[in-house]
Design a protein around this ligand. Structure first.
Ligand code: FES
Length: 137
């Protein structure tokens, strides 16, 4: 193989490997956390959060998942993954959210980053104790 072709092949291999690696990384970071429902709140074990910076909470009481972010051991935020523009379910993009319908973007605390959405996401009050996180519905 000529040197030029060898370098070209390696570049393509490296680029595709990086792409797969990035994709796997983003897949790995999306995690649906087990939860239960009690007294109008969703209950999550802190131990189930593992090393994740954020998790998704799916529950039959919700019309879309909740994006739950861990800012510290005692500081969490929870936003409904429902676009405030026309109501499409949002997708995760690392530590922010993207609307697949018209491209609005939201921060991990629900602030609009890019239009056409103009209104921030619905937020939920959260309390914690030593073992659990409680999302008030
Ligand atoms: S529904 Fe989300 S940007 Fe339009």
């Amino acid at each position: 193989m000529e040197r030029r072709n060898f370098i070209k092949s390696c570049s393509i291999l490296c680029a595709s490997t990086l792409g797969v690696s990035t994709l796997l990384q983003s897949c790995k970071s999306t995690f649906y956390i087990p939860n239960s429902f009690d007294a109008n709140r969703i209950v999550i074990k802190k131990a189930d959060f593992l090393e994740n910076k954020f998790v998704l909470v799916k529950n039959e009481k919700l019309q879309a998942p909740i994006y739950l972010t861990k800012h510290s051991d005692t500081d969490f935020s929870a936003v409904l993954m429902l676009c405030t523009h026309k109501g499409c379910e949002l997708s995760t993009a690392g530590n922010y959210l993207v609307c697949p319908c018209h491209g609005s973007e939201f921060s991990n605390v629900g602030k609009v980053l890019n239009p056409p959405a103009e209104k921030d996401l619905e937020k939920f009050a959260i309390t914690t104790d030593a073992s659990f996180i409680y999302i008030q519905l």
